[in-house]
Ligand binder design. Structure first.
Ligand code: BES
Ligand code: ZN
Length: 640
């Protein structure tokens, strides 16, 4: 039976939205069901084109995972037992899956249930349709494929300790279906619990409460149990397994890392507890209990990932001087924007990221002052402008906040527009209505939709009801619809702060006019100022000038990943051979996509000189990268 026909199996009258069950749906969007609250957003733009799930017929409300991580086979497998809330008359439930080996499906009492895997789409995977036969629980025995896109199985050489392998997952956006058979849609929130069996000498952590911090001895290894009793979007379920140690930072904060990186990690993250306090003072209580972090091996493909209770971090944010901690402010802010109030579909990714960049800036301002916060805003503004140019200019459809992603990989819509245009939008509103009024609205927004999905239409409706309140002059000033639905930047955009980099820009000017390197006060500058300088000087530089810069500022040897990246970009643009060893070393030492992909792209843009270097390096590094990184680089290299 093909899942596409499934709706025909419902008797006509039984086809209805679960959201329509209760009058409480109107407004708050909450549905009381069997003792728990199931948030549902009944809006056209909440429809998720990247999931096969049909939550209006049957939806997953809770998952219980009992899994074993098999490092030799690169397979995580066991049972996923799902609680199902089905509409009366519903015959089946549709789950998402990608590359999973399904062994058996039963109901809660062990009775076999019929199931079918549909045709696999290269991006979305295959629908797994299970005949419910009256069941309100389904238990799926399964295993992941060795090349599951969410998972990276690291060899011991890829870890700091070099002795034990390592496993981590990355769920966002639609990768968790490669290791968990569930409804993998950000609008379908689920509570969860898990029991994870790992080799004796390893530690498992997950993005939920740790019930057994030291594990329990079981046959064949150690079992770790976890629980998340707040409903979360399924992309936020995450796991890491390795040689991990923990250090407490504050009452609710701490950090996991391999023993060899724990001390440096704890030093770098020392301000985290203060960040949580600052965030709460701004926009209300932190609702997740603990805020811990894990510093992963360098193959982790992102800067950070906001997995609830346990932010996942790249070790490339450890600069030794805490200069890159805005990343923590960002991932922490997602505890409100993203994890508490979640984009219902990836078309509104900006509601996660744009709000978070704005909130990140506010946390940075609270902790480190306005100048540092303004510098970050200014750097973000520049990268937004560069992205608008890359996407084809202010008319390009890709510069819209709300996107049409039908038929495309959600990853394709995840660029700086969501982050920086989204944040610029909120800054514009803030500056139009004043900070106090804006903050009151934003805090209210988080409270009103806590543990619920959101969408462009919900956001617009809410801000009109609770901030604009019928003030037609204000409505006109804000240009809300234009911001959300039109490309480019509306005319009311709040300008970026200019004073914060005045001195650096002066130095850029002098250097560009031929001034000496010795006149650049680089050593007095903070990281943001150094970045502004390196990104601000003309792209075309002579070999002599580059050599002078390197000699004066030790750029090839920089231990700050952001600075090294900015320098390497400048070096590649000038086919500067003396930077090649540093470039090789950097690309061989970490797999963060934000660094890896643009560097390969810049190499390829340099013709034969760069292509030769790219091919040589990628030949040895590709297999060390996570799928999100090598898929992006593959596309770049194929296009050349
Ligand atoms: N949630 C994102 C990471 C992400 C985005 C994963 C899209 C998968 C798909 C995370 O919060 C993030 O934005 N990380 C940034 C750092 C941030 C400071 C801009 C990163 O990884 O560079
Ligand atoms: Zn983010």
């Amino acid at each position: 039976m093909t899942p596409r026909l499934s709706v025909l199996l419902l008797s006509g009258a039984a086809i209805f939205s679960l959201a329509a069950c209760s009058p409480a749906t109107q407004g708050g969007g909450q549905v009381e069901t069997a003792g728990q609250v199931a948030p549902i957003l009944d809006a056209a733009d909440a429809k998720d084109v990247h999931s096969y799930a049909r939550p209006e017929i049957a939806r997953v409300t809770h998952m219980a995972l009992d899994l074993t991580a098999d490092f030799a086979a690169k397979r995580i497998g066991g049972t996923a037992t799902l609680d199902v809330q089905a509409a009366p008359g519903a015959k089946e439930i549709i789950l998402d899956s990608k590359g999973l080996e399904i062994l058996k499906v039963t109901d809660g009492n062990g009775r076999a249930l019929e199931y079918a895997l549909g045709t696999a789409d290269p991006t979305l995977g295959a629908p797994l349709t299970i005949q419910l036969n009256g069941a309100n629980k389904v238990a799926i025995s399964y295993g992941s494929a060795p090349d599951a896109a969410a998972l990276q199985w690291l060899a011991p050489e890829q870890t700091a300790g070099k002795k034990l392998p390592f496993l981590f997952s990355q769920g966002q956006a639609i990768l968790n279906r490669t290791w968990i058979p569930t409804q993998d849609s950000p609008g379908i929130r689920q509570t969860w619990e898990a029991r994870i069996t790992v080799p004796d000498n390893m530690v498992a952590v997950m993005s939920g409460d740790r019930l057994t911090p030291n594990g329990e001895k079981v046959e064949g290894g150690k079992a770790y149990r976890f629980k998340m009793d707040k409903p979360v979007a399924p992309y936020l379920v995450a796991i890491a397994v390795g040689d991990l140690a923990f250090q407490q930072l504050g009452p609710r904060t701490g950090v996991f890392a391999e023993p060899a990186t724990l001390k440096a990690s704890a030093y770098e993250l020392a301000d985290t507890e203060k960040m949580v306090e600052a965030a709460e003072a701004l926009y209300g209580p932190y609702r997740w209990g603990r805020y811990d972090m894990i510093v992963l091996p360098p193959a982790f493909p992102f800067g950070g990932m906001e997995n609830p209770t346990l932010t996942f971090l790249t070790p490339t944010m450890i600069a030794g001087d805490r200069s890159l901690v805005s990343l923590i402010a960002h991932e922490l802010a997602h505890s409100w924007s993203g994890n508490l109030v979640t984009n219902a579909a990836w078309a509104d990714f900006w509601l996660n990221e744009g709000f978070t960049v704005y909130f990140e800036g506010r946390i940075m301002e609270a902790l480190y002052g306005k100048e540092r916060a303004d510098q970050l805003i200014s750097l973000g503004w520049d990268s937004m402008q560069a992205t608008i140019t890359d996407l084809g200019g202010a008319q390009a459809p890709g510069t819209r906040l709300h996107l049409d992603l039908k038929g495309s990989d959600p990853d394709d819509g995840m660029n700086d527009i969501a982050y920086e245009k989204g944040a610029a939008f909120l800054r514009t509103i803030e500056q139009t209505v004043g900070r106090a009024r804006f903050d009151a609205w934003l805090r209210g927004y988080f409270d009103r939709y806590a543990f619920q999905p959101t969408s462009a239409s919900r956001f617009l409706e809410d801000i009109r009801a609770n901030l604009v309140k019928g003030d037609s002059a204000l409505e006109q000033k804000l240009m809300l619809d234009q911001w959300v639905y039109q490309p480019g930047l509306p005319s009311n955009v709040a300008p970026p702060p200019t004073a914060a980099f005045a001195a650096v820009d002066q130095a850029v000017k002098a250097f560009s006019a031929g001034g000496p390197v010795s006149a650049v006060p680089y050593q007095d500058w903070e990281t943001a100022e150094r970045l502004r300088f390196l990104n601000g000087i003309p792209r075309s530089q002579s070999k002599e000038r580059l050599a002078e810069l390197d000699r004066a500022f030790s750029l090839n040897a920089s231990g700050n990943s952001e600075i090294l990246f900015a320098w390497l970009q400048l070096a590649i643009a000038n086919r500067y051979d003396p930077a090649a060893p540093a470039l090789d070393k950097f690309l061989s030492s970490m797999g963060r996509r934000k660094f890896v992909a643009p560097l390969f792209q810049s190499l390829v843009a340099q013709g034969d000189w760069g292509k030769a270097i790219a091919t040589r390096i990628y030949g040895k590094t590709r297999s060390t990268y996570h799928s999100v990184t090598y898929n992006t680089v593959d596309a770049t290299l194929k296009g050349s």
